[in-house]
Design a protein around this ligand. Structure first.
Ligand code: IPE
Ligand code: IPE
Ligand code: MG
Ligand code: MG
Ligand code: MG
Length: 297
């Protein structure tokens, strides 16, 4: 019997070890690296890197050094996005991953720079190769492109801009969906597709995994919005009620909690449907989809 918690623990350990090898405490007296390490090792769920590993598995690939590096790069980009998201000029939040946010622990300038440095380090890691390693350069290049497009103005950063400019102003459900699919969905979708590409998936598999990634990506943010209303801050490691306090556009604010939960459940059904032609190798991805709507943190 497949045990999702054991699976997630094992993959999280793999990612954390690899992340430690890349950066941690190589420069103990460097304030910038200290801040990068602080946020990176504060303990996140590591969902995006895990999705990359699971998508590679789903298409019959393996967790090669190249695949693990790409997974780490995603976590660096995600962590940078959180550091900047919490800044006073953005969501102005004091707590992240159960600890004071980077700008509170250090200062604003350091938090901005730690985010910048994590983002650029991600592309260093993505484009690197170990000595004697035979990595697949063509797919490596493809993945660099997928991840940069998902992170930038047409993806995560663009979605964060929509979040900021519509704050306090009502928006349509179409616009809200677009915002969620960009600010959070894009990087999640990119994690899944990157795993599929590096794992050697064929066009048809990548197309279906793209649909899966699209659906779970939006669902993930819908649940994040719901947890902000009714979640336990101690479990989440961040403050609840933050969205309402800032008049953020969220699904619960637009359509209420019940309809938001219904919407998330429909998205997860579409994600599962997209995996219907995959066999047992996609079982982790199926269970991760269900975990996303049931999660408490
Ligand atoms: C939080 O992401 C920010 C969103 C995109 C909703 P996670 O819920 O994955 O945060 P960590 O990585 O586990 O801290
Ligand atoms: C943030 O969405 C999405 C990012 C790209 C970081 P939120 O602002 O809702 O994330 P949390 O709730 O602060 O983690
Ligand atoms: Mg935000
Ligand atoms: Mg926020
Ligand atoms: Mg939130």
């Amino acid at each position: 019997m497949f045990n999702l918690n054991a699976y997630l623990d094992e993959k999280r350990r793999l990612i954390n070890n690899a992340l430690n090898g890349i950066l941690i405490l190589k420069y103990p007296d460097n304030r910038l690296v200290e801040a990068m390490n602080y946020s990176l090792s504060a303990g996140g769920k590591r969902l995006r890197p895990i999705l990359l590993l699971s998508a590679a598995d789903a298409v019959g690939g393996q967790s090669t050094a190249q695949v693990i590096r790409a997974a780490c790069a995603l976590e660096m980009i995600h962590t940078y996005s959180l550091i900047h998201d919490d800044l006073p000029a953005m969501d102005n939040d004091p707590l992240r991953r159960g600890k004071p946010t980077c700008h509170i622990q250090f200062d604003e300038a350091t938090a901005i720079l730690a985010g910048d440095a994590l983002l650029t380090l991600a592309f260093d890691v993505l484009s690197s190769q170990e000595a004697n390693e035979k990595s697949d350069i063509e797919n490596q290049l493809k993945v660099i492109r997928i991840i940069s497009q998902a992170s930038g103005y047409n993806g995560m950063v663009g979605g964060q801009m929509l979040d900021m400019i519509h704050q306090g102003k009502p928006i349509s459900s179409e616009k809200l969906k677009e915002m969620h699919s960009m600010k959070t969905g894009a990087l999640i979708r990119a994690s899944v597709i990157s795993g599929a590409v590096l794992g050697g998936g064929n066009q048809n598999q990548i197309q279906h995994l793209n649909l899966y990634g699209q659906s779970i990506g939006i669902a993930f943010q819908v649940i994040d919005d719901i947890l902000d209303v009714e979640g336990d801050p101690k479990l989440m490691g961040k403050v609840a009620g933050s969205d309402a306090a800032k008049n953020k556009n969220t699904y619960p604010a637009l359509m209420g909690l019940d309809s938001s939960k219904q919407f998330a459940a429909e998205l997860i059904q579409s994600a599962l449907q997209a995996l219907k032609d995959f066999g047992r190798s996609a079982q982790p991805l199926r269970e991760i989809a269900v975990y996303i709507i049931n999660r408490k943190k």
